[in-house]
Design a protein around this ligand. Structure first.
Ligand code: NDP
Length: 280
């Protein structure tokens, strides 16, 4: 295990707890002490840690940290399976995959969706991609970390899944915060409103599935009603926000897309049809 920050330590501890012989290394050596106490072997260098096991798990801060540590390991990685759980882009994963292949190692990229205390429980998700044979060989070991899924041979696919899932969360939550501002501006209790939203959000999964199918097929039904009707509602939503001094930039953006789609003769289609306008 290379990297014993918050996440790396939780991962290493889980491997030790589940009975895996685990060798750890961290740039700041003092962080190895709690792992040594529970039974991990501490390596003096990253290369020494890599030499100790067939499976090498990396969890460092970011891409430059991975480059620095793998640079110090270099040829010692030959014959190993390298599983990199550091956050980063699909392009970084593909570059790491080439780096490993050139040195005779198999590469699996993984991403982490959840917090360190959940490592070792089903409540944290790990998408993986890269070498299918390496993933298969070490699947039982990786499974002890949480809920795992394999997304395909292209090493970048785990990062695509991670970036997509994180993006949906941020897009949703910034919209939620804007709405809380609006509700609060109208004198409504925001905590109670949030509870009601938590109750009604269960209606979304079927909508997401049908929108996914519409986007894939390019055949856009009038989901959420036709754009002709929705555009009028959007005007109300924008003026409501403006009337209570709440930022309406995102709603104006949506309205602009609706107007363009209607002008192109698609006013009978639904919200999912805005997808057709999203290429830059
Ligand atoms: P920490 O900041 O706790 O740890 C960072 C780790 O990276 C430490 O081991 C640090 O070593 C090492 N590091 C940083 N720069 C270098 C470098 N130049 N050379 C060598 N080692 C370096 O981060 P986390 O453990 O929390 O996060 C690790 C990864 O997990 C990140 O990619 C993060 O995005 C991801 N992740 C974290 C989550 C979380 O909640 N913590 C959730 C989901 C993903 P040193 O101790 O010497 O500083």
């Amino acid at each position: 295990m290379l990297g014993l920050g918050e996440m790396g330590s939780a991962i290493a501890k889980t491997f030790v707890d589940r009975g895996y012989r685990t060798t750890v290394w961290n740039r700041t050596a003092s962080k190895s002490a709690p792992l040594a106490e529970v039974g991990a072997t501490v390596a003096a260098t990253a290369a020494e840690a890599v030499a100790a096991s067939p499976l090498v798990v990396v969890c460092l801060l970011d891409g430059p940290a991975v480059d620095a540590v793998l640079g110090s390991v270099d040829a010692a990685v030959a014959g190993k399976v390298l599983v990199n759980l550091t956050s980063g882009s699909p392009a970084q994963a593909r570059t790491n995959e080439s780096w490993a292949r050139e040195r005779g190692a198999e590469y699996v990229d993984g991403k982490i969706m959840g917090d360190p205390p959940y490592v070792g429980t089903p409540n944290i998700m790990f998408p993986f991609s890269g070498s299918p044979s390496a993933f298969k060989a070490h699947e039982p070991t990786l499974q002890v970390l949480g809920t795992i899924a394999y997304h395909g041979e292209d090493a970048g696919l785990a990062a695509v899944e991670f970036m997509g899932q994180v993006a949906v969360a941020y897009e949703l939550l910034i919209g939620f915060l804007h709405t809380l501002k609006l509700v609060q501006a109208e004198g409504v209790d925001v905590a109670e409103f949030a509870e009601r939203i938590a109750g009604s959000i269960g209606a979304f999964p079927p909508l997401l599935s049908s929108m996914g199918k519409a986007v894939k097929s390019g055949d856009f039904p009038p989901d959420l009603g036709s754009l002709d009707v929705q555009a009028a509602l959007m005007d109300d939503m924008i003026s409501h926000r403006e009337s209570v001094g709440v930022e309406a930039v995102r709603m104006r953006e949506v309205k602009k897309l609706m107007d363009r789609r209607i002008a192109e003769g698609h006013g009978d289609q639904g919200f999912s049809s805005l997808f057709a306008l999203l290429a830059k």
